[in-house]
Design a protein. Structure first.
Length: 137
């Protein structure tokens, strides 16, 4: 009698273990699929909003930005034009190149843009603090 009980107990435990991973795998696949859809939607929305823009700075300087590729922008300030490349950022969009860092937070008219000196891969002193005034169509 004890042998039958132990045998049945082992069978039930083994059966329970066999079904649990399949359920977890399905749940994980659904979560990953949802995460990919959210990322794709966010990328599409960001691309739709991103275009040429004009910023007015506290000093009166006007900065114009124009997409110059998938991950680059052309930044025009006065007679100078610089090409900057997208860099990792915890928030906002940060572009670096030519000894400069252009960091924007928000999108559309009223969003902030700050131009910094590039301090060997780090954000250095502020050159200009600006606000987006127009979206160029």
């Amino acid at each position: 009698m004890k042998f039958r009980f132990l045998a049945l107990l082992i069978v039930f435990i083994a059966a329970g273990c066999a079904t649990t991973p399949a359920e977890n795998t399905e749940s994980t696949e659904q979560t990953e699929s949802t995460d990919e859809n959210v990322e794709s939607t966010e990328s599409a929305e960001a691309e739709a909003e991103f275009g040429p823009a004009t910023y007015e700075c506290k000093s009166g300087t006007i900065i114009k930005t124009t997409p110059a590729g998938e991950e680059t922008i052309s930044l025009e300030m006065g007679s100078d034009t610089n090409t900057l490349t997208l860099a990792v950022s915890a928030s906002g969009a940060r572009y670096v190149g030519d000894g400069l860092v252009w960091w924007t937070k928000g999108s559309g008219v009223g969003s902030e843009g700050t131009l910094f000196f590039d301090d060997v891969g780090n954000t250095g002193d502020i050159i200009e603090s600006c606000v987006q005034t127009t979206i160029v169509e």
